[in-house]
Design a protein around this ligand. Structure first.
Ligand code: CTP
Length: 397
């Protein structure tokens, strides 16, 4: 999103207030945002707020004297490299498809060459109306990107389709559409994520602090690059990235089964999961009652990645390692032991790397190439760098 010029155009849906958070989230991701509103939208959400949040004056009136631009709607249209309408009402969708340009929103969208994204939001009957559907299909055929509205409670008091998705989902969708490439088209990438859970009894388990953020970011990035993505995930609190085939698991053994049963058909495996090295030998069938002391006997779990390395054919294997010292030396040993094509070795002794934080740092290690140092960066950025390396590994296979 960094350095992107995004126009957020707001039409008069009751969910217009959600666009404020969309603007804020886009700016936090580094985009520059200018807001265009229809006159009616200003009765629902305040242009003042949009102005404050975007850091730019809000464009509403076609005939207002603005000094910094000669012809404002053309200047805005040229400035934009992305144009998103959020929410897009039935009226605005109809006007855009009919080629009507009678206000700032409809003139700027007609004048811009930027890719266009619409987030429709309206009453269910209006959304299902064949006229709206025809307009949306027509716009799609013209290259407009349309986000599916969500289902749920609508302001008109009914429950149905037509709800504007949450700002976080809108921004995620936008990002996935904007940053799409076809570098991994035709490649199947299996990603594991999260920390496995080893049951003690029906209500307790042994777990670890993995949040799943790294694996989910990798799955999302791989999908953006056009790969078919299978996300095998231990329980997390994260939303499943759009466009991935989701396989929920819990224990190391269930993860092993999910991965191995798909291994022959995948091209790349990225093992970002924190797999428990042990499981409880005798799981209690019933909840264990309080007692003075107890001992759990643990047995070793299989090393899933090492097993995959041992029977590797065409696959590319990427592993992760959490180290607190001798990061390169210990990591390089894992590359050899697990027959990996690449290892992301994290230095978790740093407070801003590893488990349960949003950033990471460390090294990319290879069997026969020099290590690459990865400075501290966001997990989403690291995911991008990891998948760029995977693209190279796939190319050179
Ligand atoms: N892994 C696995 N199955 C296990 C344990 C780990 O597939 N039972 C995978 C992880 O998903 C990760 C890599 O192996 O990709 C981590 O290797 P591991 O040797 O466990 O490294 P550390 O977690 O750093 O642990 P240690 O140093 O104790 O070996």
């Amino acid at each position: 999103m960094r350095e992107k010029h995004i126009i957020v155009a707001v039409s008069a849906g009751i969910a217009a207030y959600k666009a404020i958070e969309v603007v804020s989230r886009l700016r936090k991701k580094g985009a520059e945002v200018k807001v265009v509103m229809t006159e009616n939208a200003t009765h629902i959400a305040s242009p003042l707020t949009f102005g404050e949040i975007s850091g730019h004056p809000v464009a509403i009136d076609m005939f207002e004297q603005v000094h910094q631009w000669d012809v404002e709607h053309i200047a805005l249209a040229t400035w934009a490299d992305t144009y998103v309408v959020v929410p897009a009402t039935a009226n605005v969708i109809g006007k855009i498809y009919a080629g009507i340009a009678d206000d700032m929103l409809t003139t700027t969208i007609m004048a811009t060459k930027a890719p266009k994204y619409l987030c429709p939001a309206m009453n269910t009957e209006m959304y299902n109306n064949p006229i709206t559907q025809r307009n949306l299909e027509g716009l799609q055929a013209l290259g407009y990107h349309i986000m599916e509205p969500a289902e749920g409670w609508l302001a008109c008091g009914i429950t149905g389709v037509g709800r504007l998705p949450e700002p976080e989902a809108i921004v995620e969708w936008l990002e996935s559409q904007m940053c799409k490439s076809n570098e991994l088209e035709g490649t199947t990438v299996l990603v594991t994520a999260g920390g496995t859970q080893e049951n003690i009894d029906p209500v307790r388990y042994i777990g670890n602090r993995s949040s799943g953020k790294m694996g989910y970011a990798i799955a999302e990035q791989a999908a953006r690059m056009g790969a078919n993505v299978i996300l095998v995930s231990a329980p997390t609190s994260l939303a499943v990235p759009s466009g991935v085939d989701f396989v929920p698991v819990d224990s190391a053994l269930s993860m092993q089964h999910a991965v191995e049963s798909r291994y022959d058909t995948v091209d790349v495996v990225v093992m970002a999961a924190a797999v428990s090295d042990f499981r409880v030998l005798h799981k209690a069938e019933q909840k264990i009652k309080k007692m003075e002391s107890m001992t759990l006997e643990l047995v070793k779990n299989p090393d899933i990645l090492q097993g995959l390395g041992a029977k590797k054919k065409h696959q590319i294997l990427v592993g992760f390692a959490a180290e607190t010292e001798h990061v390169i030396e210990y990591g390089q040993d894992k590359v050899a032991r697990k027959n990996l094509d690449m290892l992301v070795a994290n230095d978790v002794s740093k407070s801003n790397a590893g488990f349960n934080v949003d950033t990471n740092e460390g090294y990319f290690l290879y069997p026969n190439k020099d290590p690459k140092e990865m400075p501290n960066m966001k997990k989403s950025e690291l995911a991008h760098n990891i998948m760029k390396e995977v693209v190279e590994l796939v190319k050179n296979k």
